[in-house]
Design a protein around this ligand. Structure first.
Ligand SMILES: Nc1ncnc2c1ncn2[C@@H]1O[C@H](COP(=O)(O)OP(=O)(O)OP(=O)(O)O)[C@@H](O)[C@H]1O
Ligand SMILES: [Mg+2]
Length: 358
């Protein structure tokens, strides 16, 4: 199974769009534990890039390095044209970071949290008040603005978190697990917020453990596991990377079933149910080839279904999920891979550091 980095498709004319973020060979270790083992990234400006991976894969570490919160041990990266090591201030001026663990201060109101961010960005008082009011309105927090943030629901806190990130009008935003712990409605609200940011031309790097989230939002997805990128591409490209795609043909007439089994090569037969299963990537070309062969034999199936693997299949196939966090390079038994959707809410974890970049 190919697990290497896939080539980035080039737009017509061969010119690549400007990159908002590039990274080459990023490495990080804590003691003798390698956390990032040579990460390469290229995120075109104005796109959404998802870093998808299980607990401990190195997602937050990557975000922390790219946002200059911590330094890498090796490799290099440019963010908004600034080198993270040589020009961290340039990077910080261009980005906004919503960390995995909330930067919201629960003891003060939502509005006070916003005004604090405006002060950190050295906005004049009047501008700070205007920007805070606009963002609170945009994120449907005007009514709650004067209440202590500790009384907010998880979704409201997350919205306030993002609103605080936007105070400085960053062109590149890092969102570390923006929807972990949110209910389905709050997740959809967050997705709409992210889409709106992108339609304003903002570049978004988000990390997630949710396959559907990467599928919904991301132009490109990198699957991170055990500190390595084990696959990269669009959702569709990733789905095609792994086996499991097939076409199923169901018949009611046993003679047609037998004729089709002869006409088509490499079919799995299910004689009792009169179902034939053909390995296929589900592409138009392969479907046409199957239908052409059936037509040539004068056979019509009663039912045709195409199963393309979803990102869940990709995730289980490509990420190891071993306790030590080391990558298992080849498809593991999905049975022993923990379900990433059962991850605990990070807000339940005590003593986590608060992150913010200003
Ligand atoms: N300051 C630190 N000291 C020691 N080990 C660390 C430190 N920060 C992270 N690690 C380790 O690095 C690995 C990657 O951590 P990271 O937080 O980047 O993972 P993640 O992909 O964000 O996981 P999650 O989905 O749980 O947030 C983990 O094994 C973690 O224990
Ligand atoms: Mg994390």
């Amino acid at each position: 199974m190919p697990t290497s980095v896939m080539p980035t498709s080039k737009p017509e004319g061969g010119q690549q769009p400007l990159a908002a973020v590039t990274a080459l060979g990023l490495r990080k270790a804590y003691g003798d534990k390698t956390v990032l083992d040579g990460i390469d990234l290229r995120i075109p400006a104005g796109s959404v890039f998802a870093l998808l991976g299980p607990n401990g894969a190195g997602k937050t570490t990557t975000v922390q390095i790219l946002s200059t919160l911590i330094s890498a041990d090796g490799g290099q990266a440019q963010v908004a044209g600034h080198d993270i090591a040589a020009s961290p201030d340039g990077v910080r001026a261009a980005i906004g970071v919503t960390g995995q663990f909330s930067a919201v201060d629960g003891l003060i109101t939502g509005e006070e949290n916003m005004l604090l961010m405006a002060d950190l960005h050295h906005l004049p008082r009047r501008d700070g008040r205007r920007v805070a009011a606009e963002l609170l309105a945009r994120f449907d927090l005007t009514e709650a603005a004067k209440k202590p943030a500790s009384t907010y629901s998880g979704g409201m806190k997350r919205r306030l978190d993002i609103a605080m990130t936007l105070v400085g009008s960053p062109r590149i935003i890092f969102l570390d697990e923006p929807t972990t712990g949110l209910d389905p409605r709050a997740r959809h609200t967050m997705w709409a917020i992210i889409r709106a940011l992108v339609s304003d031309g903002v570049t978004v790097l988000l990390t997630t453990q949710y396959l559907d989230e990467a599928d919904e939002l991301a132009d490109r997805i990198a699957v991170l596991d055990g500190g390595r990128i084990v696959a990269e591409g669009t959702a569709e490209e990733l789905k095609r990377l792994i086996p499991g795609g097939h076409v199923r043909l169901r018949f009611t007439d046993p003679a047609a079933y037998r004729g089709a089994a002869t006409a088509l090569r490499d079919v799995a037969r299910h004689d009792e149910t009169l179902v034939l299963q053909i390995s296929s990537d589900g592409s138009q070309r392969e479907l046409r080839a199957i239908l052409d062969r059936l037509d040539a034999a004068g056979i019509e199936a009663d039912e045709l279904t195409v199963h393309t693997p979803d990102l869940d299949d990709v995730f289980f196939a490509l990420t190891g999920g071993s306790a030590g966090g080391t990558a298992r390079r080849h498809a593991p038994d999905p049975q022993d891979t923990p379900d990433p959707r059962n991850a605990p809410d990070p807000r339940d974890t005590p003593g986590q550091p608060k992150e913010n970049v200003r």
